[in-house]
Design a protein around this ligand. Structure first.
Ligand code: 13P
Ligand code: SF4
Length: 310
């Protein structure tokens, strides 16, 4: 393990490569990365890096977003097929039809989307900036929001807007067991519940804090000086690596899925391993390649988002 980590770090130095990793990846992947973050921070980091090679440890839409922001750089991902059920839940042809049926509406798309969907969007959001960006639109502006119905209805409930929502969702966040959460809360009545807005409304209704992975980490940090010692985390358990590292004296619980025989992890995020990071860096493949004119169109809503997130 130690040797492979050293080889990865050595090759990064030789090739001026940077490793970006999402909080849901394996602990050993987060450990070897140069930068760990939520979707927003990963996009911001991609936009500002001067590395020649960017290796994205995450899922495909993250590497694709990164490439759109760095078309002159080599963007690698250890497993090209690392998908996302949320991104898969929105097909560009259907979105095109939806947009045609609502000509007076603007399209806001979550960053968990394909390049084709982004190309049809007016602006992108992540869970880290969705509220701020939606609130930047005049109240009377009509909005279509895709693809996550849970994040969309959470924003509607907080802002009082009535965005039309696409009926998409994440298979991980959509299946946390409300009953298991209630049982955990009964056992640990002092615990704070931190939930990702991709969770269903029954889970969100029981949460003390709702936010992106980075917002959850920040909220736990803010509770550091209080008497709260236990936290129930309603998101993908990969985030426990950073939580336990940053707050070793706190206790964290995650929520099992409804069908508790299957674990509550995002299998796509776990595809990235130290072994495939090393071979990807050595061979400089798999590489993300994009059609230049499509990328030019699809990067616009991302740049608008980054501008409003400053
Ligand atoms: P974050 O933007 O909070 O990192 O979430 C990304 C994601 O895929 C959540 O499932
Ligand atoms: Fe996509 Fe869900 Fe995995 Fe996040 S947790 S990458 S939304 S499938």
């Amino acid at each position: 393990m130690c040797e492979i980590r050293e080889r990865i770090r050595r090759i990064c130095k030789e090739k001026n490569a940077i490793i970006l990793a999402h909080y849901y990846t394996r602990a050993e992947v987060q450990e070897v990365a140069d930068f760990i973050g939520d979707s927003l921070a990963l996009a911001q980091q991609a936009a500002r890096t001067d590395a020649d090679i960017i290796l994205m440890c995450g899922v495909h839409f993250m590497a694709e977003t990164c490439k759109m922001l760095c078309m002159d750089r080599k963007v690698l991902i250890p497993v090209l097929s690392a998908g996302c059920s949320l991104a898969d839940s929105c097909n560009a042809n259907e979105l095109h039809l939806w947009r045609e049926q609502h000509p007076e509406y603007k399209v806001v798309s979550y960053v968990n989307t394909t390049i084709d969907v982004k190309a049809l969007s007016n602006i992108c959001v992540t869970s880290g900036n969705a509220l701020k960006i939606i609130q930047s639109f005049p109240k009377e502006e009509k909005l279509l929001f895709c693809p996550d119905r849970n994040l969309g209805s959470y924003i509607n409930s907080v802002t009082g807007r009535e965005m039309e929502l696409w009926n998409g969702g994440c298979h991980v966040h959509g299946r946390f067991s409300v009953q298991a959460l209630k049982t955990l809360k009964d056992k640990h009545p002092e615990a704070r519940v931190m939930a990702h807005p991709e969770c269903g409304k029954d889970i969100l209704a029981l949460a003390d804090t709702i936010g992106s992975t980075a917002a959850i980490l920040k909220a736990v940090g803010e509770a550091e000086n209080s008497s709260v010692e236990e936290f129930i985390i309603a998101t993908e358990p990969g985030i426990l690596y950073e939580l336990r590292k940053s707050y070793p004296d706190r206790t964290f619980f995650t929520i099992p899925r409804l069908d508790s025989v299957i674990c509550n992890e995002c299998e796509h995020m776990k595809l990235c391993t130290l072994e495939n990071i090393l071979s990807t860096l050595e061979n400089e493949t798999p590489e993300i390649t994009l059609d230049a004119s499509l990328a030019k169109q699809a990067v616009r809503p991302i740049l608008r988002m980054l501008e409003l997130s400053k």
